[in-house]
Design a protein around this ligand. Structure first.
Ligand code: THU
Length: 127
């Protein structure tokens, strides 16, 4: 599975987004060290703070299936700007990153970017 394909899965996942408040449908697709693929979309709530981002939804699905180590996650958003994970999602991804690190794949109007989670979240919290 190459990163372009992972982005396609993320785009597909965004179609199930429940985002009546922001109207911003996000999709994410991750791959684990066992080469298993999990997708997620954002789902909002009338109590806005309860909103779950696409990335955390995908992580939760992977965890529920027994997976623990994530190699890469692709994120699709409806605008043409790179959609980087929010701070909360960066910390959640940090918990389950692969030993070799975790690639964050985003798409702009004309380019695909591969960022390292360690660069997006330097000094993430660990117990
Ligand atoms: N959102 C995500 O799902 N992932 C991100 O990386 C950024 C924001 C969602 C949360 C909310 O439903 C909507 O996008 C607008 O903030």
């Amino acid at each position: 599975m190459d990163y372009r394909e992972l982005l396609e899965h993320a785009k597909e996942a965004s179609k199930n987004s429940y985002s009546p408040y922001s109207k911003f449908a996000v999709g994410a697709c991750l791959i684990t060290t066992n080469d298993k693929i999990y997708s997620g979309c954002n789902f909002e709530n009338s109590s806005f703070g309860m909103t779950i981002c696409a990335e955390r939804n995908a992580v939760g699905t992977a965890i529920a299936d027994g997976e623990r180590r994530i190699k890469a996650i692709a994120i699709y958003s409806p605008n043409q700007k790179h959609c980087y994970p929010c701070g909360a999602c960066r910390q959640v991804l940090n918990e389950f990153k692969a030993e070799e690190g975790l690639d964050v794949i985003t798409e702009g109007e004309n380019d695909i970017e591969i960022s390292k989670l360690a660069d997006l979240l330097p000094e993430g919290f660990n117990l």
